[in-house]
Design a protein around this ligand. Structure first.
Ligand code: FAD
Length: 634
């Protein structure tokens, strides 16, 4: 954690000093805002939390409920989400309160007596060690609470504006081209309309999104929904795996997905209620909690469930659906204008609860979009950057829906329909990287380079998220995970994996450092004067030597920037390898060194040789403000 550089901080260092729009932030929703986010679900809250780090941007997030979500909705947190929470500073706390999935059990009809279920298999949740982060179960409400805390502690002092329902919007001209009509849903003004003008609007308003409707998008896909009776309950039972995630299939074809929950007692059951006939006019929604419990008991036979307390229950109906675009730019307008309205999360893709993806993929939509809005609004990047949101995320949602269809079809199969007895668990283990959230790979674009130099760092795949590995920080000899040093602060990251020369000697690493620090076409030169040199770019160096062999005073200035009003030297960006783990070895980094460029949302944007300064400059040129050419030297 980086603080004290502006003077002694005596309180909680997580509370960042208020800055920009966070100083005297109005408690009432203003008439004009830079970004208006609709909906405080995971997609909206992550977008808002990311934007809360941009003190020059007025962001407000409105919600029709009168207050925070208390209970219910999603609860599956994949490892990629925990990695994301780490960047927002609350991974450790949420891990401590969550249920951790390490194994899953598969229960099937007893071949000798189909009226009984037996445990048929167990599968380790992450057999290949895809991530150092765990797979968790914790209620959506707690995730939202942590994001709310993060934004309240941020320089912009953001907080959701509860009690406003989005009604409609129109995109016109001017400084604030999007006119949004809201309705007060609580308080003394309940029932009255309110108009807010915005530069950009983010529809994070869930599956029945009105923002989606207002930009003429429709969700296409399954004709019918699938329904589950969902209950979060406290119960006594003789079912032995009640504290394990289980897929349970009975001989009669009924199935349950059992999800143990945080706190040691609570668990969730998804009891399959089957396909919903579109003509039944919502009859399935009348399924009572008593009927859900009775069906659960039938499926669990010979075991029984005595429910003592129902914390939450719902009939969750959903189909696989997707919109063809995630913003308001029509196909025929692509290239002629940039978007003003975006949709994220369930507003643009819906899928079953069985793969536990809804909350996770929605948060990644927000992570993708938030920094882009911040960069454009603070003048760090041209507006064209915003077109990459729909282009990148729509295809990810499509892949997810394809995966989810395969998984839910398998889970719905009757035992006699499986091609092999272990088909279900084999699929679960062989595809583990997908549900863990690590299969996302963005295609080449203005934000993602070609894989021309991928061989220089085979473990940092261009387009995939930066996979952490252990290093040792030189200045204080602390063993750390390199990826965990990247915070959700909206900065680009340039990781310089040094050549074998020692720090400070004439070498390609030193030449690159000199170029980064001083060349007019270095991306760092775009940082406005008056800001610290590391305000837009976080540059880290990783030497091949063990930390004891690195002379910190010989490390080039590009890696030890002067920061804050006292011009203090920041020493914490210099790393060596550890005695137990060599990051060069673990991530296939060439011994000649490499540059790995990582986006603010943690995706690898480029891998280049240490000498490729022209390519590095060319990569960043379209992403940074236009700079005046240097006057020719005589
Ligand atoms: P949401 O979490 O749906 O958030 C949308 C937010 O927008 C809500 O807070 C809503 O109140 C607000 N909103 C909607 N319309 C407006 C408007 N016009 N104006 C202002 N605010 C508005 N997933 C599971 O995996 N398992 C489950 O059991 C499960 N149950 C669910 C039950 C319900 C009732 C709902 C709504 C969703 C459920 N989900 C479940 C889905 C899961 O919660 C979502 O996939 C995930 O939360 C997606 O996040 P999101 O931010 O896109 O949308």
């Amino acid at each position: 954690m980086h603080f004290h550089h502006h003077g002694y901080v005596s309180g909680d260092p997580r509370v960042q000093p208020a800055a920009g729009v966070g100083i005297d932030r109005p408690t009432q929703l203003p008439d004009e805002v830079d970004v208006l986010i609709v909906g405080t679900g995971p997609a909206g809250m992550l977008t808002a939390a990311q934007l809360s780090q941009f003190p020059g941007v007025t962001t407000r997030i409105v919600e029709r409920r009168g207050g925070r979500l208390a209970i219910g909705q999603a609860d599956g947190i994949q490892a990629r989400s925990v990695e994301t929470f780490q960047a927002f500073g609350f991974a450790e706390r949420i891990i401590a309160e969550a249920y951790r999935i390490t194994e899953m059990a598969f229960w099937k009809p007893d071949p000798a007596d189909h009226s009984r279920i037996v445990r048929a298999a167990r599968a380790v949740d992450d057999p290949a060690g895809i991530s150092e982060f765990p797979h968790l179960i914790v209620n959506q409400a707690r995730v939202l609470d942590y994001f709310a805390e993060f934004m309240a502690n941020s320089p912009t002092r953001m907080a959701p504006d509860y009690g406003y329902e989005f009604r409609s919007l129109e995109v016109g001209e001017g400084k604030y081209p999007v006119t949004v009509t809201l309705l007060h849903t609580a308080g003394p003004l309940e029932g009255q309309e309110r108009v807010v003008r915005a530069k950009y609007v983010v529809g994070a308003d869930g599956a029945r999104s009105k923002v989606r409707e207002s930009i003429g998008c429709t969700l296409a896909g399954d004709q019918a929904n699938h329904a589950w009776g969902v209950m979060d309950v406290l119960a006594t039972t003789d079912f032995p795996d009640i504290r394990l995630k289980c897929a349970i299939q009975s001989g009669e074809g009924g199935s349950i997905l059992l999800i143990p929950r945080e706190g040691g007692h609570l668990f969730r059951m998804y009891v399959d209620l089957g396909e919903v006939n579109p003509s039944d006019k919502g009859a399935v929604r009348n399924t009572t909690i008593e009927q859900i419990i009775a069906k659960a008991n039938d499926i669990l036979h010979p075991y029984t469930l005595d429910v003592r307390n129902v914390a939450w229950h719902s009939v969750y109906e959903v189909g696989h659906r997707l919109t063809d675009r995630f913003d308001d730019v029509l196909p025929e307008e692509i290239g002629t204008r940039t978007p003003r309205v975006f949709i994220t999360g369930d507003a643009c893709h819906t899928h079953s609860a069985k793969a536990g993806q809804g909350m996770n993929v929605s948060m990644q939509d927000g992570f993708n979009l938030g920094w882009k809005l911040g960069h454009v609004l603070e003048g760090r990047s041209p507006e064209g950057l915003l077109s990459t949101y729909s282009a990148e995320r729509q295809v990810i949602a499509k892949n997810l829906i394809d995966f989810d269809k395969e998984w839910s079809t398998l889970m719905a199969k009757k035992p006699e329909e499986f091609e092999s007895p272990s088909e279900l668990e084999d699929f679960y283990t062989s595809t583990a990287e997908f549900p863990a959230g690590f299969m996302t790979q963005y295609a080449p674009s203005m934000l993602i380079g070609e894989q021309a130099h991928q061989d220089l760092a085979t473990g940092f795949t261009v387009g995939k998220r930066f996979k952490s590995a252990p290093v040792v920080r030189v200045c204080d000899t602390n063993p750390l995970q390199l990826g965990h040093q990247a915070k959700a602060d909206g900065r680009w990251r340039i990781y310089v994996f040094a050549d074998p020369s020692v720090a400070g000697s004439a070498s390609p690493t030193n030449d690159l450092a000199e170029w980064l620090a001083n060349a007019p076409d270095s991306p760092l030169a775009a940082t406005p004067s008056g800001l610290d040199r590391d305000a837009w770019f976080d540059v880290k160096v990783i030497y091949q030597q063990e930390h004891t062999g690195i002379d910190i005073s010989a490390v080039p200035a590009a890696f030890t920037p002067e920061v804050g009003p006292f011009r203090l030297t920041y020493l914490e960006n210099v790393y060596g390898t550890g005695p137990a783990a060599d990051i060069f070895e673990l991530r296939g980094v060439a011994r000649g060194g490499a540059v790995v460029v990582v986006r603010p949302d943690q995706y690898v944007a480029n891998v280049l040789p240490l000498t490729a300064t022209a390519e590095l400059a060319a990569f960043f040129a379209p992403l940074l403000p236009t700079r005046k050419p240097e006057p020719a030297r005589s």
